[in-house]
Design a protein around this ligand. Structure first.
Ligand code: IMP
Ligand code: MG
Length: 188
């Protein structure tokens, strides 16, 4: 596999710098800590995009909680579009029946992914089920989804960094950047 070009060549602009991200994640952590005081909270991270957000978010949550992971992918989806259906590539390792569940996502775009995951998890009988997403692109919504905690509402631009990938690369960047679509063509 050829290596991707340096990210600087694919970056149109930094949309959310590192300090802004971290400050907002601190606020979300404080809010979640207040809301779940006295409740046995379980955060479920949707792999792989949500992993950076999860690890920073839980360090900002002061109440006791556990974490688990789930990996999903959309059928027939390229980098910029999703189909309606979601496949579970890796399921949770624990039973969520009776638990207070908070789903942690990197971005809600069409809403199809989170809608499918919510439907599946709801069928397993959690005590409560809420959604926390770092980024929300409401203009791209196809399926309405309830979002309880939002880091940032953004325009429908193709972004990368801080967990979000460009063909699986550059999830490690500490900021959210906008892809320069004149220099990068997402796979169809
Ligand atoms: P949805 O099903 O359309 O809401 O898509 C959600 C998933 O698509 C996210 O979890 C991301 O993995 C991916 N995605 C959506 N928009 C972007 C983007 O701008 N950059 C990178 N990945 C994205
Ligand atoms: Mg994702």
């Amino acid at each position: 596999m050829p290596l991707p070009p340096p990210y600087q060549d694919l970056l149109a602009e930094i949309l959310i710098p590192e300090d802004t991200l971290q400050k907002r994640i601190g606020e979300l952590g404080a809010q979640i800590s207040r809301d779940y005081t006295g409740q046995d909270l379980l955060l479920i991270c949707i792999l792989r995009g949500g992993v950076m957000f999860l690890t920073d978010l839980i360090r900002a949550i002061e109440t006791p909680h556990s974490i688990d992971f789930m990996a999903v992918s959309s059928y027939g989806a390229g980098a910029r579009q999703t189909s309606g259906q979601v496949r579970i590539n890796m399921d949770l390792s624990i039973d969520i029946a009776g638990r207070h569940v908070l789903l942690v996502e990197d971005i809600v775009d069409s809403g199809n992914t989170i809608a499918s995951v919510l439907k599946l998890l709801q069928s397993r009988g959690p005590a409560s089920l809420r959604v926390c997403t770092l980024l929300d692109k409401p203009a791209a919504r196809q399926t309405p989804v309830p979002i309880d905690y939002t880091g940032f509402t953004i325009e429908s631009k193709f972004v990368f960094g801080y967990g979000l990938d460009l063909d699986e690369y550059y999830r490690n960047l500490p900021f959210i950047g906008v892809v320069d679509l004149e220099k990068y063509q997402p796979p169809k």
